[in-house]
Design a protein. Sequence first.
Length: 324
Amino acid sequence: MSSRSTTSSSIASIGSIGSVGLLVLLVLGCSEVRGRKKIQEANELYKRGRYQEAVTAFEAAETLVPNLPTLWLNKGYTCRQLIAPGGRDPQSRRAADCALAAFRRLAELSPGDPRAEQLTVQTWFDTDNFATLEKTFLERNRRVPDDYDVVHGLQEVYYKWGKWPQALEWSTRAAKLRPNDAEAQYGVGTFIWQVLASHGGGPDMAAYDPRPKPACEDGPSAPRAAKRRGRPDEPEMVPPPPPPAAAPDDLTGKTRLELADKAIAHLEKAVALRPHYGDAMTYLALVWRQRSFGLFAEPAAWQQAVDRANDWQKRASAERGGKS
């Protein structure tokens, strides 16, 4: 009798636990359904461009499905939409913090998902957080010095940070990691061209001609006191006007020539590795023209650089089928 009683009591107890467990499962199931519905609502708001409302909906879903990776991925995407270019205003900073926190949670839930890391880096770039980017990429480089993507990433960080000498250093390192890759060599050449073009290599320099000009004695620009030199039948020559003034951060003289020569060496190597590399030939023409801006004091050398630029442009046109 007591034995049966004990057995009956135990069965009741087990039955009670099973009911509680079932209730918990039902509650959890309902929470997940509600959470997924909230995510769908947030996604619809995102598609309609109502990003702040979408973030609020994602936040409501967090208490219901906190371990769903899709929630954090989509919330991070949405927060990024609220970041203004440069991301320096308070609202953008808050949006960036929201996105970064979401991507951290995504990384915790899905360690193998590369999007968490990629989107974190993109968000740092969105907010010009170059110090964090520098620290992150330098740490990666110390761990794996030969990782081309990391080295190239450091070039991008420093270039966008406005530190072009450091960017050039890492660009050159990237090319050394791939000495037989024409595109890696091309990358250094085009990068240097960007630096030269943005530091004293604009249209005003391209329009300047440093060669002396024949004097037009009947014209209004002829000097009143010009004296004919040399043979009587030689035209009178007058010096050109001064070249365009250089800005404080312009690259001039020896510095410009050395950088141009470095770019030319890499671009010529790219053409040697890929003989029909039309894009590299185009940039060789552009770099030779940039080099000429450092030779205004030497008209003959300036003309030689211009001629080299024209020769490379003709070769590039021929490669593209533009030869007449």
